[in-house]
Design a protein around this ligand. Structure first.
Ligand SMILES: NC(=O)c1ccc[n+]([C@@H]2O[C@H](COP(=O)([O-])OP(=O)(O)OC[C@H]3O[C@@H](n4cnc5c(N)ncnc54)[C@H](OP(=O)(O)O)[C@@H]3O)[C@@H](O)[C@H]2O)c1
Length: 300
């Protein structure tokens, strides 16, 4: 159904605090869904075409908050969120604050306590997908905190598109998913660039190497699913490959990389966990067993 201006007046008014690439994408998605949108950014002049498309640019955080029923904050980090909201004497009555800034689970829980001490209805969130997905079916946003607040904003958040999922009452859960997923990304990027450095030191052309490297990447989805099942059941069969075999393989990588003067810091850290697993008697087990060794190693 095409919304008329009357429909528009019934839609929740949304304020977006922060006009980095993600804040702009969010404001754009709410405009596309015909919500009345107000935006604010610390540094003026970042609104791009949003005002031409109907967004109101507020001159202060207080004015921005007053203009919205749902207030989205999306800044560089939680310190920026606190700095932005702490001294703003806004009236939060009948308003809901959704913090889509990336951070740590403990920061999300602390932010939730801060909001509740001021009587602010609060949800914490994590955006898992890049700016071009926002407002499309490919967007993925996780939210956590009060279910009542989630139910109140669910319809409004549909404008962001794709999957918007509530993970439960613990406000740290969305952030917890995000950091664990970023863990995969950060270590994988390190692995990819390290492999390219090693391959090129051995005279392998990057584009020829890429065809094989992409094949390795293609193995990961099945491995992730299989590991999840093993970690869930606490059963780590070494029928496909073993930790003992991985200990031998990683030693070859470290030796070859060292011979070319390539940094091996991340590999030696990984090797020490594998060696610990072998010392603990897990050599014949599968690689998913390393999760329990990592957790134990972190406690000493
Ligand atoms: N971009 C993506 O694809 C993507 C994807 C998923 C999640 N995210 C998350 O979304 C959040 C925003 O990301 P982004 O891409 O829009 O850009 P960003 O560079 O992470 O953040 C830029 C925004 O933070 C503001 N800011 C920085 N320091 C501030 C301070 N001390 N006080 C007030 N505002 C401050 C900037 O204002 P000024 O203009 O005044 O500097 C700007 O509005 C981040 O937490 C990011 O991790 C982004």
């Amino acid at each position: 159904m095409i919304a008329t201006s009357d429909d528009n007046s019934r839609l929740t008014s949304v304020t977006v605090l922060g006009l980095g690439p993600m804040g702009r994408a969010l404001a754009s998605a709410f405009l596309n869904a015909r919500h009345p949108v107000t935006v604010w950014n610390r540094t003026p002049g970042k609104a791009g075409d949003l005002p031409d498309r109907g967004a109101v640019v507020a001159g202060s955080v207080q004015d921005a908050v007053q203009a919205g029923q749902v207030i989205i904050v999306c800044l560089i980090d939680y310190a920026a969120v606190r700095a932005t909201l702490e001294h703003s004497p806004a009236d939060w009555e009948n308003r809901r604050l959704i913090n889509l800034t990336s951070g740590e689970p403990a920061q999300a829980r602390q932010m939730s306590r801060w909001a509740s001490s001021r009587g602010i209805d609060y949800l914490d969130g994590a955006i898992l997908t890049p700016t071009p997905t926002i407002g499309t079916p490919a967007a993925a946003v996780l939210l956590s905190g009060s279910r009542d607040v989630y139910e109140a904003v669910q319809e409004t958040m549909a404008a962001v598109g794709g999957t918007t999922m509530h993970l439960g009452d613990d406000p740290g859960q969305a952030s917890a998913y995000e950091v664990a997923l970023l863990d995969i990304f950060a270590t994988s990027v390190n692995g990819i660039v390290h492999a390219f450095a090693l391959a090129s030191a051995e005279g392998i052309e990057p584009e020829r190497f890429a065809a094989f490297a992409a094949g390795i990447g293609g193995l990961l989805p099945e491995m992730i699913t299989r590991f999840a099942q093993q970690i869930q059941t606490g059963h780590y069969p070494g029928d496909r490959s073993t930790i003992a075999s991985a200990a031998s393989g990683i030693a070859h990588i470290i030796s070859t990389a060292t011979s070319h003067g390539i940094d091996v810091g991340m590999l030696t850290a990984a090797k020490s966990i594998i060696d610990q697993a072998v010392a603990d008697g897990y050599g014949p087990e599968g690689l998913a067993r390393l999760t329990t060794v990592l957790r134990k190693a972190g406690r000493v």
